[in-house]
Design a protein around this ligand. Structure first.
Ligand code: ZN
Ligand code: ZN
Length: 158
């Protein structure tokens, strides 16, 4: 279903379990949440909440209430299906399978806006080490790296 081809560890249940600790109502992917996820998965780029409202209005034919859209985005972020890019104030469908709690690095191109998502065991180990030393319990572990993608860097030189 939601998870893509990459066969890391584990199965579909991780996102839900990691998200909130303990049973909570409303884990279901309702049609409203699904519509938001579909738009993000098809776009393959970061989308802000206001643009999301416009895109939903265009696809459903009815303008959703902003609070409804924010709640759907929050839900998808909690489930690990969507990431929030703080530096862009935008949301992006998770690019590959990984645990919701795993550190993720985003490489964000200033030129074309392309975003690559990466995880690595070494990165996870280093982040855990840093947090452990300070007795810190991480909630979100997202690293946003700004710069030029390979394509734009090539154009810069030409
Ligand atoms: Zn991800
Ligand atoms: Zn670029």
């Amino acid at each position: 279903m939601m998870r893509r081809t990459r066969h890391d560890h584990d199965d579909d249940h991780d996102h839900a379990q990691d998200a909130a600790g303990g049973p909570a109502p409303g884990r279901r992917l309702t049609p409203g949440r699904k519509a938001v996820l579909d738009i993000l998965e098809q776009a393959r780029r970061p989308i802000g909440a206001y643009e999301m409202i416009d895109l939903l209005a265009a696809s459903v034919g009815r303008r959703p209430a902003p609070t409804q859209v924010y709640r759907a985005l929050d839900f998808l972020v909690e489930q690990g299906l969507v990431h929030r890019l703080a530096s862009r104030n935008a949301f992006l469908a998770c690019g590959h399978s990984h645990e919701a709690s795993e550190p993720v690095a985003f490489l964000i191109c200033d030129g074309c806006g392309h975003v690559d998502e990466a995880t690595s065991p070494a990165l996870a180990a280093d982040v855990a080490d840093v947090a452990d030393k300070l007795g810190f319990a991480p909630r979100a572990q997202i690293i946003e790296i700004a710069g030029r993608c390979a394509d734009c860097a090539t154009k810069d030189v030409a």
